[in-house]
Ligand binder design. Structure first.
Ligand code: AMP
Ligand code: MG
Length: 424
């Protein structure tokens, strides 16, 4: 540059987040739809006893080997008889000797016009189809007196919960303790589940250091790695901690290679934009597999989605707030799909806004939010993408659709609780 001809500063724009002219940004919904259409489970399966299966994803449908309940039984403690053998009006029936209890069935037959003592869970003896509740009876002289209940009262039918051979648990279900109860009740002692997805995590940025390792204000403590590793563990994945790499293409490439050798997918943070030091997007571009990075999302620019040697790479933005939003909205459903689960829609509900905001058109926005005592969504006072205190303050996100919107206090907004992302 010759003396006296300094470049003029660029003209100011109305909105520093305005989209560059002529560039089409991919709407969030479209980017998600692409992931949904293209991703498939990549993990094999193994058979595990129920005691080791909690949190795992079922690799196939599992049918009930046995019905639940396996036979008709009593739902209460009382007296059993054949309804059709009752006289009109109040009944006084002779009691047969013995009783039927759970685990100790009555072996004989109860004759018509007679009753038997029966306890909760006992198989109905032959000749019994109805049970009267103990509290509704009087006994004495070897007889039981009662006002007849409805036919079949206080009994459970065989298979009323689930029939033998019916699908008890579907492929793709992430097993919860309640699912283990159903598996056990139908006689499934072991289940075929997917091997856990292994996800590597890499931070990039020459400014990064380990938390507390230096007092140098030129260094940024790596906040993304513990956050992302924690999220992945909560989502049921195995994690591979690849540490932090400086902004050096060869170093980042070597970590990519390491990830591809030992993991099914890679989450990186930082370096995903198009600048000189943005080596994550550059490497994916070099591999010819940078799928998407201009996604109309705030915060979340830039997000680099691509493939590296067959391994999906989620190049999250470096800003921790944007990294979290991209991890929840994009990485979570995609990784769950790779792990064998069905596509997971973000779960939320509509609440009144506890704030006012004028939203510009062109991209979807996620605000750090939580519900106040009246159930209104409050948002964090600063939308700054580096405001990590706001992440820790938040209990969810408010999602604002792509269009422009004037939001007044009390207007309906969509709240996505962190709990819906398994981030309680
Ligand atoms: P980048 O996406 O690499 O341009 O980074 C954007 C901003 O996020 C910069 O201020 C980085 O210093 C910051 N940043 C990047 N990675 C991390 C990280 N792991 N922890 C905290 N801040 C980060
Ligand atoms: Mg960087």
């Amino acid at each position: 540059m010759s003396a006296g001809k300094s470049p003029a500063p660029p003209p100011l724009t109305d909105d520093c987040f305005a989209l560059p002219p002529g560039v089409d940004w991919t709407p969030v919904e479209e980017a998600l739809e692409r992931l949904r259409a293209r991703l498939r489970p990549v993990v094999g399966s193994e058979t595990l006893p129920l005691s080791q299966a909690d949190g795992r994803i079922l690799a196939r449908d599992h049918a009930a080997p046995r019905a639940n309940p396996p036979g008709p039984n009593a739902a209460v403690d009382g007296y059993g008889f054949a309804f059709a053998s009752l006289p009109a009006g109040d009944a006084v029936l002779p009691l047969v000797p013995g009783r039927a209890a759970a685990g100790a069935p009555f072996g004989g037959r109860v004759p018509p016009g007679q009753a038997i003592r029966i306890l909760t869970g006992a198989l109905l003896p032959e000749g019994v189809d109805t049970v009267v509740l103990e509290e509704d009876t009087r006994t004495g002289n070897g007889e039981v007196a009662f006002r007849p209940p409805k036919p079949g009262a206080n009994t459970r039918k065989a298979g009323e919960d689930i029939a033998a051979g019916a699908v008890a648990l579907r492929a793709g279900t992430r097993l919860r303790p309640t699912d283990l109860a159903l598996a056990a009740a139908t006689g499934l002692a072991a289940v075929e589940v997917h091997r856990p997805l292994r996800v590597a995590v890499l931070s990039t940025g020459s400014e990064l250091s380990e938390p507390g390792a230096t007092a140098d204000p030129g260094r940024t403590y790596d906040a993304n790695r513990p956050m992302l590793l924690g999220l992945l563990a909560r989502w049921g994945f195995e994690t591979v901690d690849l540490g932090a790499a400086t902004d050096d293409r060869a170093e980042i490439r070597a970590r990519f290679e390491k990830a591809a050798a030992g993991a099914d997918a890679l989450l990186t943070s930082g370096g995903a934009s198009a600048g000189d030091e943005d080596h994550v997007s550059a490497l994916l571009k070099e591999a010819g597999a940078l799928a998407d990075w201009r996604i109309a999302l705030k915060p979340g620019r830039p997000l680099a989605l691509g493939m590296w040697g067959g391994m999906p790479v989620f190049g999250l933005p470096g800003n921790p707030v944007a990294a979290l939003v991209c991890a929840l909205i994009f990485a979570r459903p995609a990784l769950l799909r790779l792990a064998g689960a069905p596509w997971a829609e973000a779960r939320g509900f509509t609440v009144p806004a506890g704030f006012a905001k004028s939203k510009k058109p062109g991209r979807r926005e996620y605000l750090r939010a939580r519900l106040d005592a009246e159930g209104r969504a409050e948002v964090y006072p600063s939308e700054g993408s580096g405001r990590i205190a706001g992440l820790s303050w938040a209990e969810g996100l408010v999602e604002l659709a792509d269009g422009a919107r004037e939001i007044a206090r009390g207007d309906p907004v969509r709240f996505l609780p962190f709990a819906g992302f398994d981030l309680g």
